[in-house]
Every structure is written in structure tokens, then in C-alpha cells.
Design a protein around this ligand. Structure first.
Ligand code: ADP
Length: 405
């Protein structure tokens, strides 16, 4: 393992790293910082919470010449929250360098952003839509940008930003360095990188597969009408100091947060239908510990740094198994213990089976009554035809579920 001094960072940047309290580079930092400092394009994949931001923020700080007042670095991020968080991390690490960073996102007054851009900034962190607004209005000139990062590239693609990304990258000089960071590496990202990157170095640290040692994962088969009752019982028994509950839809997340509050559980929602102010309020009250429960959709919560939650509840089963790993990756971080629960209804059996086929760590039945469904046998077993898309649990519950779907 190396330390930050060996990474050939400027002394003022190292001073910032020291002030931030970082002792050693994380694996993604250890591997990505060197190539980025040398000017290479880099694709970096590592799970949420492993320090991807600093992995590109430190080389970004080194690439920027603060004596010039031109925009030299651009970071694209999928959500407002993430953009703000990235800006804060760059400012924190660059506190001794004199870098000026601005965040550009929809939901904030465009005039405030005009003013910030007019004052001269070295780096811009923003969400694609609002960045394009500024480019079209002439308030953001990318001609001098030499360092571009796509952060949470998987989420940006999931949110349909592909055309926006193409538009923006088309306005950055071709003589630039491009980094792409993501928690997962679906093939669409590789396609994107082929189009926009020059011979990128690929650094794949690990997937969002949770750690077997520190995360206890449970499933419970629940009647759809009993979900809320079940969840209340779970919260009552576990009394987690902090919990994230994931729902598939914005509406579902909103309603569930309301239902929990009606039962005197301190819960706030986080989803894309809320205003910027409401989302900030939810995040602030949750981070400060004033409420214990955040009820979120996957997209709204992706990439947001929440130091540590004790417990993750999958209120429904995600259709993409990788989303399950994103979700449970919110707990059992940095060697701490965590628990996760997934509520499975009959018409979610095939989705849940896909999750099981993707994980090496066991997801255990929560209660004796959950054992009878035989999910254990489905984990990693080749007896269902090998590929996980081919799996079809064969029992009557499943078939009943299909008919009503
Ligand atoms: P990711 O982008 O991979 O989800 P973040 O960049 O948000 O992860 O980092 C998660 C947290 O870890 C942040 O609070 C960040 O400040 C902190 N962190 C990053 N690198 C280090 C390090 N080398 N040592 C200690 N803490 C770090």
C-alpha cells in the first residue's frame, strides 16, 4: 500500500489531503491518480463509498492552473445532490490551492449561476441539463477545458442523459483528458468510452457486491397488503439508529414516508418529484440525525454520500440485481457491521431469484416461515438452466403472481 506523498501531488494539494484527514489512498485512488496525473484517460469502477471523487478530484486540482481565470475542468454528475457533494469535496481538498469551483444544476436560480461564472472559475461541476442551458446562453464557454470527468456514468445513462453528454462533450476541445467513474460497468458504458475517450486505462476495483463478513442479509416473503405492517414490526424490533428504505417508484417512496410518519416513525422521502428545497431538507435532517429513516428511490439516492446507515430495507425487489447491491452497499461500510432486508412478494420471485444468482454472500430467511420457499437452493445453482435470465421459480405462488401482473 502506498501513501499520498508517493503519488507526486503538489504540496498544497497534499496539505489539503492532510487537512481532510485522509491517511492513505483507497484502492481506486491508488490506481487512478497516477495515470490521471500523467494525462491518461481513465475508466474507474469501484463501489459506492470507496473514494472515487477524490480519485479524480486530486488530479483535477493538479491539472488546473489557478493563475488563469478560464474554466479548465468540467465534472458531469447525474443529480443536484451529487454535484453539490463533488463541489464540496473538490473545495475541501483544494482549500490551499486557491481553486474556484462552481456548481451548476437545475432548480437553482440561473442568475446566481451567471454571476458565479462571470467572476471566473477554474472548475465547473454540474448536471447535464443546466450545463447545456448555460452553453446555449453563452454563459459557459468550454473552449479552455482540458480535464473532463463523467461521474456516476451508469446513473447518467440510466437517467437518459446520453444525448446531453454527447452534446456537452462535443463542445469540449478534443485535446482533453477524460475520466469516467462508475459503480458498475454495463456494456453501454464501454460503448460510451469508445466514442469519447482515447485509449483509456481501465481500472476495475470490485463490484458493489457486499462484504460477507460485515453485512447480514435477510429476506422475508410478505403479502403485498402486509408490507407496511411488516416494516413497522421490523423497525420496532430492530430500532435502527439510521435506516434507508428503498422503493422502486417516486410515488411509492413518497407514500411510504408519509405512512411511516403517520405511525410516528421519523421518516423523510427522497425522490425526483420533490423540489430542490424539499430534497435538501430531507438530506439535511437525515444527515444531522434528526430523522432516522430515509425513504428513497434508487435514482435520487445514487451517489449520495451518507456516512453509514445501520440498516437497509428493500421495500420492493429491484428488477436489476445490480441495483440491489447499490442499495445494500449503503450499510456495512468501512468495516462496520450492517443489516439488510428485502421484502419479497409473490410476483417478485423471479426478480429475487436473479438477485440470488448474482450474489456470493448468503441472503438468509428472516423467519422460519420464509424457509419453505426454498430460495436457498436457487442461489448460484446451475439447476435452473445456468444463466440467471433463464431462471423461473416453479411453484404455484409464482404462477399466481404472473397472472395478476
Ligand atoms: P464514491 O464516490 O466512491 O461513492 P466518495 O468519493 O463519496 O465515494 O467517498 C466516500 C467518503 O470517503 C467521503 O466522505 C470521502 O471524503 C471519504 N474518503 C475518500 N477518500 C478517502 C481516504 N483516502 N481516506 C479517508 N476518507 C476518504
Amino acid at each position: 500500500m502506498i501513501n499520498f506523498e508517493e503519488l507526486k501531488l503538489d504540496s498544497l494539494i497534499l496539505k489539503g489531503v492532510d487537512k481532510a484527514g485522509f491517511e492513505r489512498p483507497s484502492p481506486i485512488q491508488e490506481q487512478a491518480i497516477g495515470p490521471l496525473l500523467k494525462g491518461q484517460d481513465v475508466i474507474g469502477q469501484a463501489k459506492t463509498g470507496t473514494g472515487k471523487t477524490a480519485a479524480y478530484a486530486l488530479p483535477l486540482l493538479q491539472a488546473v492552473d489557478v493563475k488563469s481565470r478560464l474554466v479548465q475542468a468540467l465534472v458531469l454528475a447525474p443529480t443536484r445532490e451529487l454535484a453539490v457533494q463533488i463541489t464540496n469535496e473538490i473545495r475541501r481538498l483544494g482549500v490551499y490551492t486557491g481553486i474556484k469551483v462552481v456548481t451548476i444544476y437545475g432548480g437553482q436560480s440561473i442568475n446566481v449561476q451567471f454571476e458565479a461564472l462571470n467572476h471566473g472559475v477554474h472548475a465547473v461541476v454540474g448536471t447535464p441539463g443546466r450545463l447545456i442551458d448555460h452553453i446555449k446562453r453563452g454563459s459557459l464557454d468550454l473552449d479552455s477545458v482540458k480535464f473532463v470527468i463523467l461521474d456516476e456514468a451508469d446513473t447518467m445513462l440510466d437517467m437518459g442523459f446520453i444525448d446531453d453528454i454527447e452534446y456537452i462533450l462535443g463542445r469540449v476541445p478534443a485535446r482533453r483528458q477524460t475520466g469516467l467513474f462508475s459503480a458498475t460497468m454495463p456494456s453501454r458504458i464501454i460503448e460510451l468510452s469508445r466514442k469519447f475517450m482515447k485509449n483509456p486505462q481501465k481500472i476495475l476495483i470490485d463490484s458493489d457486491e457486499p462484504s460477507v463478513e460485515t453485512l447480514d442479509q435477510y429476506y422475508a416473503v410478505v403479502d403485498p397488503r402486509e408490507k407496511l405492517h411488516f416494516l413497522a414490526g421490523l423497525l420496532e424490533r430492530e430500532k435502527p439508529a439510521s435506516a434507508m428504505i428503498f422503493c422502486r417508484t417516486k410515488y411509492g417512496a413518497h407514500r411510504l414516508a408519509g405512512e411511516l410518519r403517520a405511525r410516528n416513525y421519523p421518516a423523510v422521502p427522497l425522490h425526483g418529484n420533490l423540489s430542490q428545497h424539499q430534497r435538501d431538507h430531507s438530506m439535511n435532517t437525515f444527515r444531522s440525525g434528526n430523522v432516522d429513516i430515509l425513504v428513497a428511490t434508487d435514482v435520487a439516492s445514487r451517489g449520495i454520500d451518507i456516512p453509514q446507515v445501520e440498516c437497509v430495507v428493500n421495500y420492493d425487489v429491484p428488477t436489476d440485481p445490480l441495483i440491489y447491491f447499490h442499495r445494500v452497499g449503503r450499510t456495512a461500510r468501512a468495516g462496520k457491521r450492517g443489516k439488510s432486508y428485502i421484502l419479497v412478494t409473490t410476483d417478485e420471485y423471479d426478480d429475487f431469484t436473479r438477485v440470488l444468482h448474482h450474489t456470493k454472500a448468503p441472503i438468509k430467511p428472516l423467519r422460519d416461515s420464509d424457509k419453505q420457499f426454498g430460495f436457498e437452493a436457487r442461489r448460484n445453482s446451475g439447476s435452473y438452466g445456468g444463466g440467471y435470465w433463464a431462471t423461473r421459480p416453479r411453484n404455484s405462488f409464482y404462477r399466481r403472481g404472473r397472472i395478476h401482473r
